[in-house]
Ligand binder design. Sequence first.
Ligand SMILES: [Fe+2]
Ligand SMILES: [Fe+2]
Length: 153
Amino acid sequence: MSKLSRKLLLSIKLNHLTEAGATVIYSIQAKLVKNKKLKEKLQRFSREENLHMNELNKIIIKYGSNPLPLAKITKVFSIIFTLFSAIGRQRTILRTDIYLEKIGIATYRRQKELMLGLVDNETIEKYDMFIQMEEGHLRWLKEWKENRLDIQK
Ligand SMILES: [Fe+2]
Ligand SMILES: [Fe+2]
């Protein structure tokens, strides 16, 4: 069932690593923030990015390839990255997350376009689910930032 181009497969593999990174970023951020509601949301986002990572892992294998063996390296980068964003405050964290979610959504949309006609319905449905979930993350983060932070300026 390997009809995907090498370039597309590589892009899915990089996405898989990004999700591994996002899982770590959110879980560290959840430890750093004090607000209980924000903390719980970030923990939930971490679990959801982890789910995306596992699903992408299955898709990569399904289409005849292997995920990049870089998960550990990504985790190290993510920890460093998160520590930097932790030096800032909640605003820095939210800005970073909003930026990353936007990139994530754009990446999933682009990959889905390239996959149409080449993968089964299940894979497209998974992609629709990823996009919906990331849009949910983005919406929540933006609302939180606007309601909780922008007012206090
Ligand atoms: Fe994700
Ligand atoms: Fe997300």
